[in-house]
Design a protein around this ligand. Structure first.
Ligand code: PLP
Length: 452
């Protein structure tokens, strides 16, 4: 850090403080992890200085031999690890990977001169008029994705994301009685709506998804099945999700992040069958800026790590730990969406404790337990305050914690949740944000959390 400190000490301090914060608290955010030193080091180097628009062997810049090497190795690891025909490792994030995939499907399946013209520009550069022409020619193509409050992601056709502008979207949800994905209802909606793209995958659904059934539904209605496995890619890589639950075996196209359960650098990736490969490879410059060669190098390292026996063991322990955490919480009276988990995350319905997700998230943070608030199905508190807290085990499993520690964490979480009360807002009414938690309780839990 000395080199950074010599130039901008405040940044060196922020980096050191982040390390302290991560060491001194329990990182239970389901989408976070700890990348290995090899992965981190592969990112912090001179590859970062290189421009390399295009694809391997077809670059718009000279001198890209090393970038070609890096990109081919990352793609080779991705193909072999996931059993995919084609891998595109350039996307800078999960959102970018989805955008690449959406445009790839549109350009494969829809005839549109405006789309062809747009191919040479970045989506963000398109004017409102360009969009209007595109929408007219694309004929309001349809996307069917999982509802946000059922655990879906913004990029699956929702308004705050550009996918909500690109597509006429409808959602499928979960059974109100069980909280489980309702495949019959999904099939009925797909038959009626006939989407171009059926999106599978989630950010906050604590169960496995049967992608064999989803492919059957997609085929029946002529949709392309796109699965966003951003959250559970590590469980697919680690062969915990296999057969019907492995999206790569069933979907036409699969997108992912590389930094969640997969434990790589921040970034994204697209896997697809051969028919879509040429469309996916146009991701840059269609919707992506120049590739990040240093991040592709780190992806290659992380993917190589994910091909080891020890990563398989890790992936299984992530799920075992989530199960232990869920059981510990249930035993102490918590209410969990779907009644448990069979992946890496648990969704706690904190309305059972008289709290909003926002109050619970803040009280847990005061106590050294880092989670994030999350909507639950039919959430009365909306997406800002929410009624749930999402917890996940990928990061703590990397730190080596096991089932016994998960039980202790369940105890600490319940102590905080049962000791927190909603407080009144300025006008004396019940606040959805303010809360009261005894400082001594928070202090005690924080000390115990730091010891784990
Ligand atoms: N897709 C899913 C299912 C996600 O959960 C997320 C991240 O939360 C993303 C995409 C977006 O990933 P990124 O933040 O890397 O753009």
């Amino acid at each position: 850090l000395d080199a950074v400190r010599a130039v901008e000490p405040r940044i060196a301090q922020a980096i050191a403080d982040e390390l302290d914060a991560q060491r001194g608290s329990l990182k239970l955010i389901a989408s976070e992890n700890y990348a290995s030193p090899a992965t981190l080091l592969a990112m912090g180097n001179w590859l970062s200085d290189k421009y390399a628009e295009g694809t391997v062997g077809r670059r718009f810049y000279a001198g890209c031999q090393q970038v070609d090497t890096v990109e081919s190795i990352a793609a080779e690891h991705a193909r072999e690890l996931f059993g995919a025909s084609h891998a595109y490792v350039q996307p800078h994030s999960g959102i970018d990977a989805n955008l690449v995939a959406f445009w790839a499907v549109l350009s494969q399946r829809v005839e549109s001169p405006a789309l062809r013209r747009a191919q040479v520009r970045q989506v963000n550069d398109l004017s409102e008029q360009d969009w209007a022409t595109l929408r007219r020619e694309l004929g309001d193509q349809r996307m069917l994705g999982m509802a946000l409050d059922a655990g879906g992601h913004l990029t699956h056709g929702f308004r705050p994301n550009i996918s909500g502008k690109m597509f006429d979207q409808r959602s499928y949800g979960t059974d109100p009685a069980t909280g489980l994905l309702d495949y019959d209802a999904l099939r009925a909606t797909a038959r009626e709506f006939r989407p171009l793209i059926l999106v599978g995958g989630y950010s906050a659904y604590p169960r496995r998804v049967n992608f064999a059934i989803m492919r059957e539904i997609a085929d029946e209605v002529g949709a392309t099945l796109l699965v966003d496995m951003a959250h559970f890619a590590g469980l697919v890589a680690g062969k915990v999700l296999t057969g019907d639950f492995d999206p790569v075996q069933h979907a036409h196209i699969v997108t992912t992040t590389t930094h969640k359960t997969l434990r790589g650098p921040r970034g994204g990736m697209v896997l697809c069958q051969d028919e879509l490969a040429e469309h996916v490879d146009r991701g840059c410059p269609m919707v992506l800026g120049g590739p990040l060669p240093h991040v592709m190098a780190a992806k290659a390292v992380a993917l190589a790590e994910a091909r080891t026996e020890s990563f398989r063991d890790y992936a299984q322990r992530v799920v075992d730990n989530a199960t232990a955490l869920a059981e510990g919480l249930l035993r102490r009276g918590a209410r969990l969406v779907t009644g448990g988990t069979d992946n890496h995350l648990v969704l706690v319905d904190v309305s059972a404790h008289g709290l909003t997700g926002r109050q619970a998230e803040a009280a847990l943070l005061d106590s050294g337990i880092v989670t994030n608030r999350n909507s639950i199905p039919q959430d009365p508190n909306g997406a800002w305050y929410t009624s749930g807290v999402r917890v996940g085990t990928p990061a703590l499993t990397t730190r080596g914690l096991g089932a016994a520690e998960m039980d202790q964490i369940a105890e600490l979480m319940i102590t905080v949740l049962t000791s927190t009360r909603p407080a009144a807002d300025a006008s004396g009414g019940a606040s959805k944000a303010k809360y009261a938690l005894d400082g001594a309780v928070a202090e005690k839990v924080r000390a115990q959390a730091a010891d784990l």
